[in-house]
Design a protein around this ligand. Structure first.
Ligand SMILES: Nc1ncnc2c1ncn2[C@@H]1O[C@H](COP(=O)(O)OP(=O)(O)O)[C@@H](O)[C@H]1O
Ligand SMILES: [Mg+2]
Length: 363
């Protein structure tokens, strides 16, 4: 693959890079971002989870006249409904039990800059009214206050839901929907731009400090996969390959089982991992099935060696990640359905995903 085919869009002063192959729909999308960034209009970015909506929001902000000011992200799906109003609008002292001091909200934090409302489809109806009012009147009242505060921010919203369907179902206000629809941007799923896959792979591979070669059969498998978790899924896979695979080059056998099966090699055993899950009897080795591990019987106790202590927190994190990835893959990236499969609240799953994103090395 010619390295020159990879277009990297770097934004001044920030480590954002958007990678795509030649002729990718992302090239057109970035051109329209350039135009949109020049205006102060509200932007609605839609697309499946992991397609790069937040990256696109950052690019628009960084190319706008508000670039030197804050970009304040708020994930409407990750903050409990009871807290979201005061999180956004702030509150005055005594506004509710526990409001011992007044507090600025994220709208105030975004003053002069950009407010990025992620998963706006999760915004409760009561807050949709309040948000619409701020957009129309350019002022708002913190919780517990009747005094309007002027607001100057640009709104970029993102959603992985079909907002038009949400409007039809009565879960999203039509007036707010049209207000958001001024500049719509649709980020295509990775399977709709398969030409980007090798370029993204090389980018993430290099970001891991990797120089090992990757066998063509591996790329072929990656080309065939449907990528329900999109670019984030690819990024996580690359990280996993860098950590787990040991040979001088990456082979199909190094891929996780659900990908190996695309190459008809599902019978091959999983590659040895630095901390084998087999240390925990009853836990899945490769393709997870959904069951609670039995408590090991005395005869199958894991061997513990004082010379080689296990890293239990890391093992548990990896186990958690394995289940989360499997649940997201099985539900096509639908977080609510994935959370149900895992016996988690949706917000807990979202929080875990954000934690993982925060802890992931920055490319
Ligand atoms: N075109 C791209 N080039 C490089 N990295 C990308 C690209 N698209 C997405 N990413 C990375 O993939 C991950 C998911 O992107 P993100 O913007 O958070 O997706 P979304 O908000 O749609 O769920 C992030 O780590 C991001 O940096
Ligand atoms: Mg996102």
């Amino acid at each position: 693959m010619a390295a020159t085919a990879m277009q990297t869009h770097r934004v001044n002063g920030t480590p954002i890079s958007i990678v795509h192959g030649p002729g990718s729909p992302l090239a057109d999308l970035l051109r329209s971002c350039q135009r949109i960034a020049q205006s102060d209009a509200t932007v609605l970015i839609s697309g499946e989870t992991g397609t790069g909506k937040e990256v696109v929001a950052r690019v628009i902000h960084e190319r706008s006249t508000r670039a030197g000011r804050a970009l304040v992200p708020v994930n409407c799906g990750a903050i409990p409904e009871a807290l979201l109003e005061s999180e956004l609008f702030g509150h005055v002292k005594g506004a509710f039990t526990g409001a011992v001091a007044s507090r600025r909200g994220r709208i105030a934090a975004a003053e002069g800059g950009t407010l990025f409302l992620d998963e706006i489809g999760e915004l409760p109806l009561s807050l949709q009214v309040k948000l619409l009012r701020v957009l129309q009147e350019r002022s708002y009242e913190p919780v517990g206050s009747a005094e309007p505060i002027p607001a100057d921010f640009r709104l970029i919203a993102a959603t992985n839901k079909d907002l038009a369907a949400e409007v039809a179902a009565g879960r999203f206000r039509r007036d707010l929907y049209y207000r958001l629809l001024v500049c719509p941007i649709e980020v295509p799923a990775l399977r709709q731009r398969r030409g980007d896959i090798p370029h993204l792979f090389s980018h993430f591979w290099a970001a891991q400090g990797e120089t090992r070669t990757v066998e063509p059969a591996v790329m072929q498998v990656l080309q065939e996969h449907t990528w329900p978790g999109n670019v984030r899924e690819l990024e996580n896979l690359v990280e996993r390959l860098a950590v787990v695979s040991e040979g001088p080059s990456i082979r199909v056998g190094d891929l996780p089982a659900h990908l190996r099966s695309l190459a008809g090699e599902s019978a091959e055993p999983a590659p040895p991992a630095p901390v084998p899950l087999s240390a925990l009897p009853g836990l899945p080795q490769s393709r997870p099935t959904f069951f609670l591990p039995e408590r090991p019987s005395a005869s199958e106790q894991p061997e513990l060696d004082p010379g080689h202590p296990v890293d239990l927190p890391a093992m548990l994190r990896r186990l958690e990640d394995t289940y989360i990835d499997a649940a997201l893959a099985r539900t096509g990236g639908n977080r609510k359905a994935a959370a149900d499969l895992l016996g988690l609240q949706r917000t807990t799953l979202v929080e875990k995903l954000r934690r993982r994103q925060r802890e992931a090395p920055i490319a």
